[in-house]
Design a protein around this ligand. Structure first.
Ligand SMILES: [Zn+2]
Ligand SMILES: [Zn+2]
Length: 387
């Protein structure tokens, strides 16, 4: 179906997009629509979402250049292919793209650190160093390594967490080296912590302790695989974790918030020889207390992970959804038109109304979404289940 094309001056076609203007200021603007060069593709976004990292960016805690289109969680339809991709992909194909888009060919990619493609954090390009997914159209670099076709029968909502949240949460469990029968504690049960809880279950943990202060998030953690939940506001979670593990501490703790307190609790919660797998985004200085660190002699491992991307990672995650090994659709709690980004961002950043993730739909108007709750199902043009 041909899209309505709006023209700027000359021959430039435009699209609407959400642009970072300055600290605490984003704006919906009409901007030039991208065109692919060789090896690149343009996808029409049908669904995207807001990440905690976007909140850091808008608040000025993580610097990006003014004028950049934000968002790094794209679900869409291939709209245009640059040269060299015709034999692999087709226009009209439904795809997702990871938040991390490695080139697949540089020093880091070929050394197995593709999230660090080209240099520190270099795999994270969308909404960081190049235009992102909060737009009608998205330019995908190195498309051959990054366009991941959506299996038939899966809806946008079922796969929208694969580009970042599911990949990140699961990677916390993977990097922690969880083995069958391990005891695991996951600190913070936001969307990423919840997916780390899912990851601990998938990796075969026996005891899975989920820690948070919000009752609805702890309830969701139980639904997704936590065997014990602890309200960190009601008492010291570390002493309870020690009690649950014969005084030893857990084999693996996953930190999913990025604060000194949760990092420290995760370190205190692991046994000697245990692993702290850190997913949080920190700012400022991080301190490891002497006694929790066993003066540096406790055989502990501290590992950090940036969400793995690329099309093969996306394929693996989507097959887990396809074969009903995971169902994360309950984490998508709200829907908004992209036009209502300000309202959506306000709700998400202040964690109101039990929000976990909000789905943003560039091709849907506000009136097509149940304004009373923004919780109704949405029929997204082009994003229907093809079966
Ligand atoms: Zn993110
Ligand atoms: Zn690379």
């Amino acid at each position: 179906m041909p899209e309505p094309r709006r023209r700027l001056k000359g021959n430039v076609t435009t699209m609407k997009a959400v642009v970072f203007k300055a600290r605490d200021r984003i704006a919906l603007e009409e901007v030039p629509r991208p065109r692919p060069r060789a090896g690149e593709a343009v996808i029409r976004i049908t669904t995207t979402t807001i990440c905690g990292t976007d909140v850091h960016i808008v608040r000025g805690e993580y610097p990006v250049r003014p004028g950049l289109i934000l968002g790094h969680e794209p679900v869409g339809v291939i709209d245009e292919l640059g040269a060299g991709l015709e034999e692999i992909y087709q226009v009209g194909q439904r795809v997702i793209v990871g938040a991390i888009t490695p080139c697949g060919q540089c020093f880091y990619c070929l050394n197995g650190s593709s999230s660090q493609c080209g240099g520190a954090l270099g795999g994270w390009k969308f909404g960081n160093t190049i235009n992102g997914a909060w737009a009608e159209y998205l330019l995908v670099p190195d498309a051959k390594a990054n366009l991941a076709p959506i299996p038939r029968g899966l809806s946008d909502e079922e796969v929208v967490l694969c580009p970042d949240i599911f990949s990140t949460g699961l990677s916390g469990a993977e990097s922690g080296g969880i083995r069958v029968g391990d005891s695991v504690a996951v600190f913070a049960q936001g969307p990423i912590g919840l997916c780390a809880t899912v990851g601990a279950k998938l990796k075969g943990a026996s005891l899975i302790v989920a820690v948070d202060t919000m009752p609805e998030r702890l309830a969701m953690a139980r639904r997704l695989g936590a065997t014990v939940t602890l309200d960190a506001a009601a008492g010291d979670p570390v002493s309870e974790i020690k009690r649950l593990t014969d005084g030893r501490g857990v084999d693996v703790a996953i930190e999913a918030l990025g604060r000194q307190e949760t990092f420290e609790n995760a370190l205190r919660a692991i046994r000697p020889g245990g692993t702290l797998s850190s997913l949080g985004v920190y700012s400022g200085k991080l301190v490891a207390p002497y006694e929790a660190f066993y003066a540096g002699l406790g055989d502990q491992r501290i590992v950090t992970t940036l969400c793995p991307g690329g099309k093969e990672r996306m394929r693996r995650l989507m097959t887990m959804v396809e074969h009903r090994r995971v169902d994360l659709s309950a984490l998508v709690t709200h829907h908004f038109a992209l036009d209502d980004i300000e309202t959506a961002f306000d709700l998400f950043s202040h964690q109101r109304d039990g929000v976990l993730k909000v789905a943003l739909h560039p091709a849907v108007s506000s009136s097509q979404i149940d304004a009373a709750s923004n919780r109704g199902a949405v029929v997204v043009p082009g994003a229907h289940r093809p079966r």
